[in-house]
Design a protein around this ligand. Structure first.
Ligand code: NDP
Length: 271
């Protein structure tokens, strides 16, 4: 049986084992998928041991996506642009290949929810690993513009500079935000502590709001966006399943049907 896993810290909450198990059942692939906790000190050794013991592929989550980028022997063009990696594959030649599937996960989930990126005016809140993972895909999807707003302005400006080869990003402080956006992406981790990133509620009416965070019920940002008359208010379950499906495809050569898995997870969450 081929063995896969997800490495992160904390990792106990990860839904990836369940999602990949459901994918395997759906396409009749007998796989084993485990959660692996690592630390900054033992991350590289953990990855190397997993692969030398016969493991086939790993997902990488917070806080190790940039370390995985450094560790990979080869990178896809997309991973190269992102500067982070969430999928490692052990090749036949013994090399570790890195890809980032977060961007495609988001764009597929937006497509599933009839949200078009073409020419869209996009506001991204947050300038961490998740933003890094989605910006190249947004540029590749021909968005009209990207405004980046982060609590720590210097971090936003760093990303602005790094992504210059792919497109132009405008950095604004929250008090400078005005008007309306086609899409507002909450890529901060504020929801994880029950908070809403600092921003004026006047920009919400008519905008599609997407919180990358996912939870049981609504996230605080999702609830707040709804209360302020957003056009749609979505959270990251769909993205989670779609990015996992892309990893599964890289490893197994078969793309699982995601709709039934998303519905099944959502039904479980509501009960
Ligand atoms: P990081 O830790 O790399 O970055 C966190 C970002 O959030 C930083 O920009 C930080 O700002 C900002 N932030 C944190 N708390 C607050 C707050 N209270 N108010 C305003 N800004 C805040 O995290 P990631 O980028 O990896 O993850 C961000 C979110 O995306 C998480 O909720 C994660 O679960 C989700 N995610 C979802 C995925 C999915 O498949 N659905 C995939 C990947 C991520 P500062 O720079 O000032 O510290």
């Amino acid at each position: 049986m081929d063995v896969y896993g997800v490495v992160g810290n904390p990792i106990n909450h990860s839904k990836s084992p369940k999602i990949h198990l459901l994918f395997g059942q759906q396409v009749n692939h007998d796989i084993y998928y485990q959660r692996i906790s690592a630390t900054d000190e033992n991350f590289v050794g953990t990855i190397e041991r997993f692969f030398t013991e016969g493991g086939k592929g790993l997902n990488i989550t917070v806080p190790f996506k940039e370390k995985a980028f450094q560790l990979a022997d080869s990178l896809s063009n997309n991973a190269q642009s992102c500067g982070s990696v969430n999928t490692l594959t052990f090749s036949e030649d013994g090399r570790i290949h890195g890809e980032s599937t977060d961007g495609i996960g988001l764009s597929k989930d937006l497509e599933n929810n009839q949200v078009s990126l073409e020419n869209a005016e996009v506001l991204i809140l947050g300038a961490g690993g998740a933003t890094r993972g989605i910006v190249p895909t947004l540029f590749a999807s021909s968005v009209g513009s990207i405004i980046l707003c982060n609590r720590t302005m210097a971090k936003a400006e760093l990303l602005q500079e790094e992504f210059l080869p792919y497109g132009e990003i405008t950095c604004l402080a929250s008090e400078q935000l005005s008007g309306r956006f086609d899409l507002i992406i909450n890529a901060t981790s504020a929801s994880l502590s029950g908070e809403i990133p600092d921003m004026p509620d006047t920009i919400i009416p008519g905008s599609v709001c997407y919180d990358l965070a996912y939870t049981y019920g609504e996230t605080p940002f999702q609830r707040w966006a709804k209360q302020n008359n957003s056009a749609k208010s979505l959270q990251g379950w769909g993205m989670l399943v779609e990015q996992a499906a892309e990893s599964f495809y890289i490893w197994r050569g078969v793309r699982p049907k995601t709709e039934e898995i998303i519905q099944r997870l959502q039904a479980e969450l509501e009960n």
